[in-house]
Each structure stands twice: as structure tokens, then as C-alpha cells.
Design a protein around this ligand. Structure first.
Ligand SMILES: O=P(O)(O)OP(=O)(O)OP(=O)(O)OC[C@H]1O[C@@H](n2cnc3c(O)ncnc32)[C@H](O)[C@@H]1O
Ligand SMILES: [Ca+2]
Length: 445
């Protein structure tokens, strides 16, 4: 289970038991999205965090054959929402885990624990998932970098030839998989998921605590009354809460892409870098290299905006987004009556944030932008950290390459069948001396 900051999802993976040490065979067979928010939102009512998981667990009981329930390991990994809750109030986060654990242990699966996973693991397992599903690991091919944009944190992970890991050990993870060594660069930026970065930007815009905030990242005609205490209720912004602010402010959209870009840029710090090169906030980042897969909110947002085609020049992408942001809010709502209003209101911000994070933050250029592919699934399985996490915990990826058979499986079947037929014929022939002799000569009486 992926207990994310915005929601929890249960993934069921399946593989043939006799081949569990072989790759390319694990498949996601089911995804159940838990109703309601992520488990970290239940800090004030932890029992409800456990209850929220029940329906998906019942569904899992139906999907996994009854006789396999006890053999099926169940893991829950929590990401940035629980990292933040744990920072703000560790006893509340413990209570949420207790409730979740209590709820999960009531089911007949082999429960393996619920825990917060580190940002490094989140990045590295996302990279493993993408490259495992692409079959790049098994075949020893050039790997694909992984870009994950969540609600509360974002990860970048890739292999770069000029990176040996010694400059910043906390950004490197080494693996030996199928006989190949990988030295992976990975970083998770806490607070730089799209929900927390929106808070940081709005906190920046409203630092003086005004009653009205004019927001270039929301459409013209958009107005809403928002609560200062809700906006600042996160460790990502809590230290910036204005002292004499009123309880609420009026949030007014003005839909100006260029101003929005400038406002988004204010959440990144580019002032110092003690390494050979940095992305932002003084974090090491080696030279970008190779193709990238960008998933989760990268995909949701760019797919909604019809901007997943990265062969379109970056300047044209920005121009389209500029026009979209300037569109009146009434018109946007009329055009998309089926989309959740919260998502709809935020696509201009989210699109601008994605382009700014990629170009200003990670240093993608007009040329290297086309190396990114916005993806949701690979061969039927969702891109995300869960598959890599469970492959690791179940020891499914061997460090050494499995002995390659001289013949593929169907080849063996044919050879064995032919030998069996030959042996049978030989056996019949060897019985020949025992056959009753029948003579065609007329018998002389
Ligand atoms: O990784 P963390 O940071 O813990 O967060 P998460 O796992 O909950 O994050 P997701 O990738 O599920 O979602 C990322 C963000 O995208 C939002 N989101 C999900 N579906 C969306 C959609 O269809 N359109 C727009 N946004 C969406 C969601 O509310 C989050 O703000
Ligand atoms: Ca996530």
C-alpha cells in the first residue's frame, strides 16, 4: 500500500511462484484507491485512518485466491505526508500507525509492517520500478531516470556517467542487479510536491498577512475565501505565518503565466552551492543524462493540459500554458464540468510549477526537455515506488544474472518431446525379437 500525502492506494502484484527469482514476470493485477484523504490527514482522529483502508482490504481478499491469503505479504509504506506529520507531531504520527496496523492485522494476509519510507528509498524504488518494467535492468540497457511529483515531496533519480557518489553520499544509492553495478543519484525534496509548493508560494505572496491575495497562478474571475491558519498548517510554511494576519483572506485569480512563473521561482533558493553543480536549495545534482520517465502528478497535470507531447518545443508549451492560465475561470468550469473543482482551479499553477521545476530547478533545457516522457503506466503496471519496494523486500531481483539457458523454454519443450518420441520408437524396436513370428508360407498339412 502506498500511503501518500494526498491519498492511499493498494496495489496487488502477481507472479508465477516457480519463477519468483526471474524478472519481467511481476505484474500489477489490481489497484484500489482508498476513499478519502491520505492517512496523515487523520492526525486528530487516527482510528479513522485504519477504517479508511477497510474497503480496499476487502477488495484485496476477493482478488487474491483464498488459499494464497496467508502466503501473500502485505506492506504499507508512507511517504511525505507522514514525514511531515512525524516532524510536526510524532505522537500523532505514532497513533496513526497504530490504528493502521490494527486495521491491517485483522486481514488474513501475511502483514509485514507499516512504516515511513525515506526519501532516498522513494526515489530509488521509483527508478527500479520504471527500469524493471522496461526490462532495462535484466538486459543491462541504458537506464531511464525517474521523476516523481507527489503532493508533499518530489523525487529525481538517474544514473550519470560523471557521478561517482563521493561528493554527496546521501544522494547516492548503489545496486548490483542482474550482474550489473549501478551508481544511482537520487534526491527527494520534502515540501516540493505540488500541494506543499502551492502553500509555500501562497505563503510568500501573503507574507504581510493581507486580507486580499492577488494570485497570478489562478484564473481571472476565480475568487475564494481561505483561512490563514489552514494555509500555514504545515511544517513547510509554519515558520512564516504572519503575526497580525486576519483569520481569512480573499484569494483572487489574475491568470498571468509570466508573473506566476516568477512567483513559483520564489520557492526555490539558488544562492549557494558547495558542490560542483546544484539543482536548488544547495542540493548536488550531477549533469542530466539519458531519457526520463515523469509520473504521478507530472502525468496527471500534463495529461489534463494536453501537454504530454515533449516533441513540441518548450516555447510553444509555455505559450499554450500562458493562454490556458489567462482563460476566465467561468469558461474553464464550463469546459470541464466533470473535473474536481480543487484540481481544476490548480492546473494553471501545477503546470507552471512543473515547467519551472524541470527547467529552473533541475536544469532541463529546450533541447533536453524532449528526453522526458510523461507516463502513467508501463505494460499495465503503474509507475511509482511501490513495485520497486516490494521487489526489493521479497528479494525478487537477483544481484547476479540468472544462468541463461542455452535454449528458451519452448525450445526445451520441443527437444524433450522429440527425444521422448525417439526413445519410445527405440523401445518398440528393441522388443522386436519377442514379437510372435507370423509366417505367410502356406502350412503343409
Ligand atoms: O508522494 P506524496 O508527496 O506523499 O503524495 P501522493 O503520493 O499522495 O501524491 P500523488 O502522486 O498521488 O498525487 C500528487 C498530487 O496530484 C494530485 N492529483 C491526483 N490526481 C489528480 C488529477 O487527476 N488531477 C490533478 N491532480 C491530481 C494529488 O491531489 C496530489 O496533489
Ligand atoms: Ca507518492
Amino acid at each position: 500500500m502506498d500511503a501518500g500525502s494526498s491519498h492511499t492506494a493498494l496495489y496487488i502484484y502477481e507472479w508465477p511462484a516457480e519463477k519468483d527469482n526471474n524478472t519481467g514476470r511481476v505484474e500489477q493485477t489490481h489497484l484500489c484507491k482508498v476513499k478519502g484523504p491520505g492517512i496523515s490527514s487523520y492526525a486528530s482522529a487516527p482510528v479513522k485512518a485504519g477504517e479508511s483502508l477497510r474497503l480496499c482490504m476487502e477488495e484485496a481478499k476477493q482478488w487474491v485466491p483464498g488459499k494464497r491469503h496467508h502466503q501473500t505479504p502485505l506492506y504499507l509504506g508512507a511517504t511525505a505526508g507522514m514525514r511531515l506529520l512525524n516532524m510536526a507531531n510524532s505522537s500523532a504520527s505514532d497513533k496513526v500507525f497504530q490504528a493502521v496496523e490494527g486495521a491491517l492485522q485483522k486481514f488474513p494476509f501475511s502483514y509485514q509492517g507499516a512504516k515511513i519510507i525515506s526519501g532516498q528509498d522513494e526515489g530509488a524504488f521509483g527508478w527500479i520500478t520504471v527500469n524493471y518494467l522496461d526490462e532495462r535492468l535484466k538486459q543491462g540497457l541504458e537506464t531511464r531516470g525517474a521523476l516523481d511529483l507527489g503532493g508533499a515531496s518530489t523525487q529525481i533519480s538517474f544514473v550519470s556517467d560523471n557521478y561517482d557518489g563521493s561528493e554527496s553520499p546521501s544522494n547516492s544509492v548503489t545496486f548490483r542487479l542482474y550482474g550489473n553495478d549501478y551508481n544511482l543519484y537520487t534526491h527527494s525534496f520534502l515540501c516540493y510536491g505540488k500541494d506543499q509548493s502551492l502553500r509555500m508560494m501562497q505563503a510568500h505572496q501573503s507574507q504581510a498577512g493581507p486580507a486580499t491575495v492577488l494570485d497570478p497562478c489562478f484564473h481571472p474571475g476565480y475568487t475564494a475565501t481561505k483561512n490563514y491558519s489552514v494555509l500555514y498548517d504545515s511544517p513547510c510554511v509554519s515558520d512564516r505565518k504572519p503575526k497580525d494576519a486576519p483569520d481569512t483572506f480573499t484569494h483572487i485569480g489574475i491568470g498571468d503565466f509570466l508573473q506566476c512563473q516568477a512567483a513559483v521561482k520564489s520557492v526555490f533558493n539558488f544562492t549557494s552551492c558547495k558542490y560542483s553543480r546544484c539543482s536548488f536549495n544547495g542540493v548536488l545534482q550531477p549533469l542530466l543524462q539519458g531519457p526520463y520517465g515523469a509520473f504521478s502528478a507530472y502525468y496527471f497535470v500534463m495529461n489534463f493540459l494536453n501537454l504530454t507531447d515533449t516533441s513540441v518545443p518548450l516555447e510553444d508549451v509555455k505559450e499554450k500554458l500562458k493562454r490556458y492560465c489567462a482563460t476566465n475561470w467561468d469558461q474553464i468550469m464550463q469546459q470541464h464540468p466533470e473535473v474536481k473543482l480543487k484540481y481544476l482551479a490548480e492546473y494553471c499553477f501545477s503546470g507552471t510549477y512543473i515547467l519551472t521545476l524541470l527547467t529552473e530547478g533541475y536544469n532541463f533545457t529546450s533541447e533536453s526537455y524532449s528526453d522526458i516522457k510523461f507516463i502513467k503506466k508501463i505494460k499495465g503496471s503503474d509507475a511509482g515506488w511501490t513495485l520497486g519496494y516490494m521487489l526489493n523486500l521479497t528479494n525478487m531481483i537477483p544481484a547476479e544474472a540468472p544462468d541463461t539457458p542455452l535454449l528458451p523454454h519452448p525450445g526445451y519443450v520441443s527437444v524433450v518431446s522429440v527425444i521422448a518420441v525417439l526413445l519410445f520408437i527405440l523401445f518398440i524396436v528393441s522388443l522386436r525379437p519377442l514379437w510372435p513370428r507370423c509366417s505367410k508360407q502356406p502350412q503343409i498339412v
